[in-house]
Design a protein around this ligand. Sequence first.
Ligand SMILES: [Zn+2]
Length: 101
Amino acid sequence: MENTGKVPGKRHSKNFSDLTGQRFHRLTFLEFVEKTEGGNARWKVRCDCGVEFVVTAANVKSGCTRSCGCYRIEQVRIRNQKRKRRHESTGKQVQKDSPHR
Ligand SMILES: [Zn+2]
């Protein structure tokens, strides 16, 4: 007479959605951390670059937080590279001599 008290897989706290493993932009949700007084869920996330930090889930969902900050840095770097490249290409002299002729 064994009573395998199977508990239906329902969680008590339905106030926050389980985001574990979900990806938004560069961030992957790792684990729920806490709920703030304002009712916002705070989650531990990992950025594609490997940095782990805690964010407010709403900020990630709304797109306010897309990375640990590396995305912005990258964008600036790309912009700078483009500017640099353009500068270099205008300074380059194209050689017209073709050895085949
Ligand atoms: Zn990052």
